[in-house]
Design a protein around this ligand. Sequence first.
Ligand SMILES: [Zn+2]
Length: 404
Amino acid sequence: MTKFVSTRFVSTALIVLFPALVRAQSAPMLWAHVEFLASDSMEGRACPSRSCDLAADYILAQFRAAGLETQVQTTEAVFEVRRGETVVHLKEAQLKTPALYANTKVQLDPDQNILAGKEVILDKTPELEPIYNATGDIFITHIPAGLRNVIGVLKGRDRKLRETYVLVTAHYDHVGLKPDGEGDLVFNGANDNASGVAGLIEIARAIASSATRPRRSLAFIAYFGEERGMVGSRYYAQHPIVPVAQTFAQVNFEQLGRPDDSEGPRVKGATVTGWDRSLVGQTLATAATPFGVRIYKHEKFSEVFFERSDNEALAKLGVPAHTISVAYGFPDYHGLGDEASKLDYTNMAIVTKALRRGVMALANRVTSLTPRAGSPAVSVPKVGSSPASPNPKRSRPSPKSPKS
Ligand SMILES: [Zn+2]
């Protein structure tokens, strides 16, 4: 009886103290990252720009401080014009401003110059001749040299499994400044996506400073250029630092800071895109339950948003890759009002802690997250029929999950 009481006392004390401990540990740090990245002086972090560079510098410094092995993936210039099957590669110098375009549809003017908005005018030159001779819509891709994906690696402890990686990612860019008008002209991008970067940094810091390393290695990656067509993550997928076959999973963070969803409050929860395509969602859900955080499938948007973020490029190469968000439709989305003061850092701290435990669970997991590594994401069967989880008890969804 005494033992029972004391156990209950201890667990009650833990339940009472636990949220306070969580808050004390990480909410101020999350706030600090968001406050800096989404400050007016950062001018909205559009890539390419000085504020894009500053954001990358900041994240690199944070990864170094966390004790990760850092590396920077710097873009080489890509400049191509495509029409149907015809592709012409051009030199970067032909572009008048250093803008970023990802497969952007462009127009021909009456003089047969190629136009992309006001920023790009390509005069009709002999090297573009094949484009004029082709038919169909014209698209340009222009990635300036010098844009950066910032990477921090933490090697795993298992001699074999450490050669495989769980990627934890978030994009650090946003949409920049409003070109004209009065008053506030900064698209701060606090929730989209300084919040995801803050979660990324704090999870990296917490795992790197804990006594036990996970079995598999972790690579934390902050991508440039999501807002211009997921350019940074696509660039990474074309130049991966870890072979795709050794990439065990990717969890990508977007919009972790605001529970005020247009569909109603989303406190102590997060949702995972492409839920049915792998066991990642269920693994995160199970790991989150001790924190009282519900990781769930959004019945309406799970598939709709699957290819709309930085998980898309690796998912198309067969990696179990998903995006995790606290809420999708928050007020101020891509508006001037997406500011640091509107985020709920207490909630964010609890959710981030739960996700950190989920990242550890993924990095410690021995068995595959999909039926076959390398299967095209689109043809992966529903999780329930996965032969890769012979022991269903080990991967059952959380009792709070709407799937159960
Ligand atoms: Zn955005």
